[in-house]
Write a protein that binds this ligand. Structure first.
Ligand SMILES: Cc1cc2nc3c(=O)[nH]c(=O)nc-3n(C[C@H](O)[C@H](O)[C@H](O)COP(=O)(O)O)c2cc1C
Length: 400
């Protein structure tokens, strides 16, 4: 099979160096990459780097290798064009159809999906000119990844940072696999919880669980790609922030409850994918619990944690809000799932069996989504993003 052909456009922002990592991810996962930098981008990272890492010639102008008509061919033959970083200038040129260098010509000749990953100072990003250009590009079907919040050039911080290259790669991989989807969650606010809560015993120990957060992060990433404003309540995973998602960090079940109630106030959907501890230690020792010679340790008394899923299902902040729970089961999986759906009062319950290559920590999952109306949607073994897409399909149908 031919390798997928990716054009990596790089425009002249300080984050151009991060595109080297993005390039490596593409080449190492079997993509053929042609890098098309702008002249400004070469002030930041030289042509030799792009050429050596991609194994292909690099040019910024339409006037090189004219017999091959590169200003037309590169775009026509691409399966995906991704511009990372995309400067304010590049977004403006793309929105208005300018074609004064090789990258802007390529953007006009490409008939494949196009992804822009903007990066710039907050003022440039928030300027109405940039916002209108982004809206124009999105309306025409381009995927424009929301910039991250964080450290910018110099001492400034704010929105405008290029998302982690691994996250841009994930967006591109999905767009290549599925094409550009209708943004059917545009204008919706969704809340997703992910990871596993930790219940402290003393300053160095906690009771936790094996949740990696990967399913919740897949839900957040796919909802953002479908146009939603996403609040991700993240309990202790060690994963990079998904692009274009507001991440709120929580530790314990009690903290998660507070964060869910706050975020759910104006949410259209709440998806509780986090593994929430049912119990927590009754007492917290402010000093480290020590071994004592000749003595067995004292038993750990536990108290119940709040049942967040039942609480938000029973007290919806908006009548049309859709609430989704998760159940990881080891025995009588479906029977336990059906009983849990009734008990909790949520609209959908994703039931998965705890197993070797699925659920906790794995990249893949397999589940049945049970609905309060009695319907059941099996999701075959596959990437956690496939399960996430099915959940959003079911949520979007209920919101519509
Ligand atoms: C040090 C430095 C850093 C810059 N960083 C950015 C940036 O992050 N985002 C941006 O939109 N422009 C940035 N610019 C401005 C662009 O380089 C400038 O608008 C240029 O015309 C962009 O050209 P291009 O879009 O053809 O690459 C920076 C300029 C300098 C000198």
């Amino acid at each position: 099979m031919d390798k997928p052909k990716v054009v990596l456009g790089v425009s002249g922002g300080i984050a151009a160096y991060k595109a080297c990592e993005l390039l490596r991810r593409f080449t190492e996962s079997g993509h053929e990459v042609r890098v098309v930098p702008t002249a400004s981008a070469l002030h930041f990272v030289g042509a030799a780097t792009w050429s050596a890492l991609s194994g292909n010639p690099v040019s910024t102008e339409v006037w090189d290798d004219v017999h091959e008509v590169p200003h037309v061919r590169i775009g026509q033959h691409a399966d995906l064009v991704v511009v990372a970083p995309a400067t304010a200038d590049m977004l403006a040129k793309a929105a208005h159809g300018l074609a004064d260098d090789l990258l802007t010509n390529t953007l006009l000749t490409a008939r494949c999906p196009v992804v822009f990953a903007p990066a710039m100072h907050t003022e440039m990003w928030e300027h109405p000119a940039t916002q209108e250009n982004v809206a124009t590009l999105r309306r025409r079907g381009a995927v424009v990844v929301e910039p991250a919040v964080g450290r910018l050039t110099g001492v400034d911080t704010g929105k405008g940072r290029l998302p982690d290259p691994g996250e841009i790669f994930e967006v591109c991989r999905r767009v290549l696999a599925r094409g550009v989807r209708e943004p059917d969650l545009a204008g919706r606010h969704v809340v997703v919880s992910a990871g596993g809560t930790r219940e402290p015993l003393d300053p160095v120990r906690f009771l936790g669980n094996r949740s990696s957060g990967k399913q919740g992060y897949a839900l957040a990433r796919t909802a953002a790609a479908r146009g939603a404003r996403v609040t991700l309540l993240s309990a202790n995973p060690s994963l990079p922030d998904p692009a274009g998602v507001d991440v709120v960090r929580v530790g314990t079940a009690v903290e998660l409850r507070e964060a869910v109630l706050r975020a759910a106030a104006d949410a259209d959907a709440v998806v509780m994918a986090a593994a929430v501890a049912d119990f927590r230690p009754a007492a917290y020792a402010t000093g480290k619990i020590k071994k004592k010679d000749g003595q067995e340790p004292a038993p750990i008394a536990l108290v119940r944690n709040p049942d967040i899923l039942a609480e938000i299902s029973g007290n919806r902040s908006r009548p049309e809000q859709v609430v989704v729970g998760f159940a990881a089961e080891t025995d009588d999986v479906l029977a336990n799932g059906r009983a849990k759906l009734k008990r909790k009062g949520c609209d959908l319950l994703v039931v998965n069996e705890v197993g070797e290559r699925k659920t906790f920590g794995a990249e893949e999952n397999e589940a049945v989504v049970l609905a309060a109306d009695g319907s059941e949607t099996p999701v075959p073994y596959g990437p956690k993003e496939d399960l996430a897409e099915t959940v959003w399909d079911l949520v979007a149908a209920r919101l519509a």
